[in-house]
Design a protein around this ligand. Structure first.
Ligand code: C2E
Ligand code: CA
Ligand code: CA
Length: 537
């Protein structure tokens, strides 16, 4: 990706990092506000049902108390006084009455035109109470009572017995109604008949015309309670939540954006540093010896790029190679490495035709083309043979097979040799192995590591070895660290190996000494021609 692309991507991520947490916090505030409002409504509906049950329990207690004086004359002044005292104790009970054959005989609210036949009860209630609704006393026209009675006595209750009368100004409307006929027994605030009509015996919540509505059935009776709240109130709750969550989201967003900016700047400055590394000539190359397993001689080395930055710190190729690939600078790195290799090793290679240096190519190098020409020019100037150089390409480099095929043919026609690097770690199929002309297959360290262990992958390693043999490819095992690994590889017929067991990546001077000590896979007579210049290097 180029610089503009990186800036654009970073800015996009930066904006997202700001906007997403903030929007999320607002969304959460909205959800939280709604949830809080609904929870309040549920609580209040439950409260209504609870109050209703409480009222019935108290009425039942009062009737029990009245019955505890069996000697008392029914409807006597004495009894009416006692009933008056009991009714005064309960805020929702207007009065008490004597009940005989479902008729009110006398009451604390007056006896005009009594007895009053109540007719068939509306239903039964807990505590053995019978229930009539909408009862009017002849002397109190316009007042409708709910009557709850048992054992000769009844309470005349305000229908809204379950509703908290003290809280009339509350913005929450409440209703208490019978589940069957959906007759509203008591109400407070705005209650629409359509809401009550929607009740089907199940808990219910919905939004209607600017109101949140919740309905809750009673567990003890077929009554139900309704609580409703204007949506504007919910919005106020949402705003309150947003005042808390919004800033949190904003702070989080700012922090994230800041982190994105820091990372982007670091990346871009690292890319910038890489750019400058060319001008400041901060690259060099180390060489890791490659050994012939059959006789232990050094047959060559792999060139590994190194970057010592301005501060003197070594940056790993695992960091700067991908960075160069991502920033379109990998071809410059490859060219630089080739130049250094030719400068470092021309003398060594000219004098020792059987030694080779392997150079790593990236997929970009293959796809851009021109590698072959660049290499041929360099090699010619240095007076080297092209077969002193091996090009290492990874499976990733072969992803677009047609293109890669052409480049590989040209490279090999130029006399260079080709190795497949990190074999088995890529995702390409084995089929390309047969279609390209290749010289070496490098068995990745990952597979070498399994040798001598009982890991099932060690079998894969043996398969890879067989595959290479059947295709007529020479093998180079990578990352050999133990003698056990070396012995197994040798026994399996692997020709070459590299790894810390033999030598770590080293300077060209050290490589010359190393090769001299190990022998260079050359006939003894040729060795002297090499040893001369090497000593003076
Ligand atoms: P690679 O091509 O697979 O190189 C082998 C890596 O394994 C090197 O790491 C080497 O130091 C390390 N190694 C060798 N023997 C052993 C061993 O016995 N044990 C262990 N643990 N490691 C061993 P390095 O130098 O850090 O290079 C890392 C990767 O960077 C290379 O992997 C290669 O993919 C890339 N690279 C290095 N130089 C270049 C270059 O000039 N061009 C390109 N395109 N890529 C390069
Ligand atoms: Ca390599
Ligand atoms: Ca490798």
């Amino acid at each position: 990706m180029n610089k503009t692309g990186t800036v654009l991507l970073a800015s996009t991520i930066g904006v997202l990092a700001l906007v997403v947490p903030f929007s999320l916090s607002l969304y959460l505030a909205q959800a939280q506000g709604r949830e809080d409002a609904l929870a309040t409504l549920h609580d209040m509906a439950d409260d209504v049902l609870h109050r209703a049950d409480n009222a019935r329990m108290q009425i039942s207690d009062a009737i029990t108390a009245l019955n505890s004086n069996p000697g008392e004359l029914p409807c006597s002044a004495e009894q009416l006084t006692r009933m008056g005292i009991l009714s005064a104790a309960f805020s929702h009970v207007a009065g008490m009455a004597r009940l005989e054959n479902d008729a009110l005989v006398c009451s604390t609210l007056g006896n005009q035109d009594l007895p009053l036949n109540l007719g068939k009860p509306d239903g039964n209630r807990p505590y053995g109470l019978r229930f009539w609704s909408g009862i009017e006393l002849p002397n109190l026209p316009g007042y409708q009572f709910s009557v709850l009675g048992r054992d000769g006595y009844a309470a005349l209750a305000y229908p809204d017995l379950a509703i908290d009368l003290l809280n009339r100004e509350s913005p929450v409307s409440l209703a208490f109604f019978t589940g069957g006929q959906r007759r509203v027994l008591g109400r407070r605030g705005v209650i629409r008949d359509e809401w009550v009509d929607r009740y089907q015996g199940q808990p219910l919540q919905f939004e209607d015309d600017g109101y949140f509505v919740v309905m809750q059935p009673s567990a003890a009776t077929d009554n139900a309670a309704l609580a409703a709240m204007p949506s504007s109130l919910v919005q106020a709750q949402v705003r309150r939540s947003a005042y808390i969550l919004g800033p949190v989201g904003l702070i989080l967003g700012v922090l994230l954006t800041w982190a994105v900016a820091v990372i982007a700047r670091r990346r871009m400055s690292l890319a910038g540093e890489l750019q400058a590394a060319f001008e400041r000539d901060e690259f060099f190359v180390e060489y890791q010896p490659i050994i012939d397993l059959r006789d232990g001689r050094c047959v060559g080395a792999e060139a590994l790029a190194r970057w010592r930055n301005e501060n003197g710190a070594l940056v790993s190729p695992n960091v700067f190679i991908p960075l160069a690939e991502a920033n379109g600078m990998i071809q410059r790195v490859t060219s630089r490495v080739m130049e250094i290799v030719v400068r470092d090793a021309a003398t060594l290679l000219r004098g020792n035709p059987r030694l080779h240096i392997a150079i790593n190519l990236s997929s970009e190098d293959l796809h851009a083309g021109g590698v072959e020409t660049r290499m041929t020019d360099l090699v010619r100037q240095a007076g080297m043979r092209p077969d002193s150089l091996v090009l290492e390409i990874t499976e990733r480099g072969l992803m677009t097979p047609e293109k890669a095929r052409g480049v590989l043919l040209a490279v090999r026609a130029g006399g260079f040799r080709v190795a497949i690097d990190d074999f088995g770690t890529g995702h390409s199929s084995l089929s390309y192995l047969a279609t390209y002309e290749l010289d070496f297959l490098k068995i990745d360290k990952m597979f070498v590591d399994t040798l001598g262990t009982d890991a099932p992958t060690s079998l894969v390693t043996f398969h890879i070895i067989e595959l290479a043999r059947s295709l007529g490819l020479q093998m180079i095992a990578e990352g050999v660290e133990t003698e056990a690994q070396r012995d197994i590889l040798r026994a399996r017929g692997v020709q070459y190996a590299q790894g810390w067991l033999f030598g770590r990546p080293m300077s060209i001077q050290k490589l010359q000494e190393f090769a001299a000590r190990a022998g260079q896979g050359l006939p003894p007579t040729d060795a002297s021609t090499f040893l001369g210049p090497a000593r003076h290097a």
